[in-house]
Structures are given as structure tokens and as C-alpha cells.
Design a binder for this molecule. Structure first.
Ligand SMILES: Cc1cc2nc3c(=O)[nH]c(=O)nc-3n(C[C@H](O)[C@H](O)[C@H](O)COP(=O)(O)O)c2cc1C
Length: 355
């Protein structure tokens, strides 16, 4: 058995893609499917897993520009990219132009093909510093920070926003225009306001307002759960690409489903139990390799149960997995659940991982 992504469709089935992809600087974003940055989740091991599936752009989790200034081992790890991980963006946050520009330069030094500025984060700690989504309330500040970063680095600068602070002050079109006028080369819109946090529905129509206001590529984000919802977002918003976050947790196969939908191909088959286990084990081993076994033991308690979503006996497995703390026992418990009576045949050596 080989370690492959979910089997690709027969090439003879190829049809016209719904979205053709686009150019960003020296890179083609094709397929125009991005993995959403998710703090504490989209570390290098997670992105490495996702790269096996239908994806055209990965983004690191958000890195605060002040954290870059202080410099720490943890911040360095957050910006670590896989060799060959390209195109890839490092996301930075902050509202003090000097620090944000320094962080952008640091991101480029760490190999980022693009620098993404976060103006969407709703978390109190960030908002209190007038960073993340709080910046949307001050359009002058948005323009100044973007301009400083665009002038400060020679890679494409991209921006990720929400649709505004709250329903009374939505300004997605203004922000989109300000972004384009100040040199942003790609805009990602999460179709919620800050006030919505993660509640309610993302408005794909609001993403369309941004798309209609500018000529740079606009990536739609929020509530894509499968190929059909990706197509519906594209239909409602006219976006040039899609970004998927939570639905990928424990289900990177859904990226292949979104890819197939965008290519106009039928939905791929569900992975077999054995294929799921291959990916779970690979993810566990990458976590151990990157973070060390001690930290990986904590992280797998978040990631591994996600892979059981929708599978028989998931609730029992989640319960029992949370009670296992030791690495070897975690691997065995996961293996016993995901394989049941199917023998696993993966050789960790093939992953070039020494733990
Ligand atoms: C746990 C978590 C962490 C997140 N961290 C970030 C982040 O660091 N930067 C960012 O721009 N968005 C962050 N987001 C927002 C996602 O990128 C995305 O905009 C949001 O989840 C909506 O997309 P989805 O419905 O596909 O998940 C985070 C979301 C979650 C759930």
C-alpha cells in the first residue's frame, strides 16, 4: 500500500474548471483553494497533511508583530515552513506600522512567498490592542498599515478581513477598495462581522460586495463544508477562490471534494478506514517530529478525535482517547479504533521521521 492522497479522478473526466485559478506575484494559485489560517491548529504538520490534498495555498497561523519583536522559539516555530511548501503565506497581525513592517520583513526572511495581514481576528486580547478586526473601524489606519507593509517588502501583500465590525457598521466594500488602492494583491473575506464571532451564517453575498468593488482576486471564506457549499459560495459571491478552515479539521479529504467540485468533476469516494488511519498516523508522527513527543501528546488529543467525526463509535472513542496520556498508548488506541480489524501496513520509516 502506498501513502497517497485520496485517489484522483481519471483525467478523461476532466471538464472546464468552475474557477481557473489566478496569478499572485510569481506564483499560480491553482487550484484556487486556500487552507484558512487557524491559530493553534495550522502548524507545519497540519499544513503538511493538507498539502497532500487539493490545495493551492497554505497560510501559517497568525503571528503578532509584537511577538516577532520580542522573538521567541515559539514564534520562530510558528513561521517554520516545510521545504517545498509553496505558494505559502505567513500571516502577521498588528496596528503599529513600524512593528508590522518589521514582522513582514521577518516573514519574508523566513521564506514567505506572500505576507498576509490579519484584519479579521475577533479575539478580545487582539481587539483591545486595536489589531485584527478592530482595525476595520478605522479606515485611515487600515490604509496606513497596508501602505507601510506594501512599501516595506517586495513580495505580494495580501489581506484577510471580516465584513465589518458589526451589522450597523459593515464596510467591506470600502475596506476592499482601500486595500486595492494601497497595493494589496489578494483579499480574503470571511463573510461575518466581528460581532458575529463564529455565530450565525457567513454572508456570501457580502463577499460578493467586496468582489464587485475591486479587480484584485477575492477569496471567499466562511462555512464551506463540502464541494456543494463551495460551489454555492462561488455562485453567490463571484469569488476567485475559496478558503476552508474548520471543515478541514480531521477531514483533509474534503479539500479533494472541493477541488473536484471546482474542476467540475464528480465527488470523490470517501476514504477507506485504512486510508483514514494512514493519514491519522502520518499526522501524529509529523506532530511528534515537529513538536517533540511531549507536546505532540497534548496536541493529538485535539486533532485525532476530529478524524473520528461521523464514524461509528466516535463518541466512545473520543471519551477513551482523552484518558490516554502516553504517546505509545495514544498511537495504539487510535490504531485500534481507526483500523478495528484491518491491519495497518504503514511503515513510519517511509515518512523519514525519527522520533
Ligand atoms: C481555532 C481557530 C483559529 C483561527 N485563527 C485564525 C488566525 O490565526 N488568523 C485568521 O486570519 N483567521 C483565523 N481563524 C479564522 C479562520 O481563518 C476562518 O476565517 C474562519 O474559521 C471561517 O472559515 P471556516 O468557516 O471555513 O472555518 C481561526 C478560526 C478558528 C476556528
Amino acid at each position: 500500500m502506498t501513502l497517497q492522497a485520496h485517489p484522483q479522478q481519471d483525467e478523461t473526466q476532466q471538464t472546464e474548471p468552475v474557477l481557473p485559478g489566478f496569478t499572485l506575484g510569481d506564483f499560480e494559485i491553482n487550484p484556487p483553494i486556500a487552507l484558512a489560517p487557524m491559530a493553534g491548529i495550522t502548524d507545519l504538520p497540519f499544513r503538511r497533511i493538507c498539502r497532500r490534498f487539493g490545495i493551492g495555498l497554505t497560510v501559517t497561523e497568525m503571528i503578532a508583530s509584537r511577538a516577532v519583536e520580542f522573538g521567541s522559539e515559539r514564534t520562530e516555530r510558528m513561521a517554520e515552513l516545510d521545504p517545498g511548501e509553496s505558494p505559502v503565506s505567513i500571516q502577521i497581525a498588528g496596528s503599529n506600522s513600524k512593528y508590522v513592517v518589521d514582522a513582514a520583513k521577518w516573514a519574508v526572511d523566513h521564506g514567505a512567498n506572500f505576507v498576509d495581514i490579519n484584519m479579521g481576528c475577533p479575539v478580545k486580547k487582539i481587539v483591545k490592542q486595536v489589531a485584527g478586526s478592530a482595525m476595520l473601524r478605522d479606515e485611515g489606519l487600515v490604509a496606513r498599515v497596508i501602505d507601510a507593509v506594501v512599501q516595506g517588502v517586495d513580495v505580494p501583500v495580501t489581506l484577510k478581513i471580516r465584513t465589518g465590525w458589526d451589522s450597523e457598521s459593515k464596510n467591506v466594500e470600502n475596506i476592499a477598495r482601500i486595500a486595492e488602492d494601497n497595493g494589496i494583491q489578494m483579499l480574503t473575506v470571511h463573510g461575518r462581522t466581528r460581532a458575529q464571532m463564529f455565530n450565525g451564517q457567513a454572508s456570501w453575498e457580502d463577499i460578493g460586495l467586496a468582489k464587485a468593488a475591486v479587480s484584485i482576486p477575492v477569496i471567499g471564506n466562511g462555512d464551506i463544508i463540502d464541494g456543494a457549499s463551495a460551489l454555492e459560495m462561488i455562485r453567490q459571491s463571484g469569488c476567485d477562490g475559496v478558503m476552508v478552515g474548520r471543515a478541514v479539521q480531521g477531514n483533509p479529504w474534503m479539500l479533494d471534494e472541493v477541488h473536484a467540485a471546482i474542476m467540475g468533476l464528480p465527488k470523490p469516494e470517501q476514504p477507506s478506514a485504512e486510508e483514514v488511519w494512514e493519514v491519522v498516523l502520518e499526522h501524529m508522527l509529523h506532530l511528534a517530529d515537529f513538536h517533540g513527543v511531549k507536546r505532540a501528546s497534548k496536541l493529538v488529543r485535539r486533532h485525532v478525535p476530529w478524524y473520528s467525526k461521523g464514524l461509528r463509535g466516535s463518541a466512545d472513542f473520543r471519551g477513551s482517547f482523552q484518558k490516554v496520556f502516553e504517546w505509545d498508548a495514544q498511537v495504539e488506541t487510535a490504531k485500534a479504533y481507526f483500523l478495528s480489524d484491518i491491519h495497518h501496513s504503514i511503515d513510519p520509516q517511509r515518512l523519514d521521521i525519527a522520533i
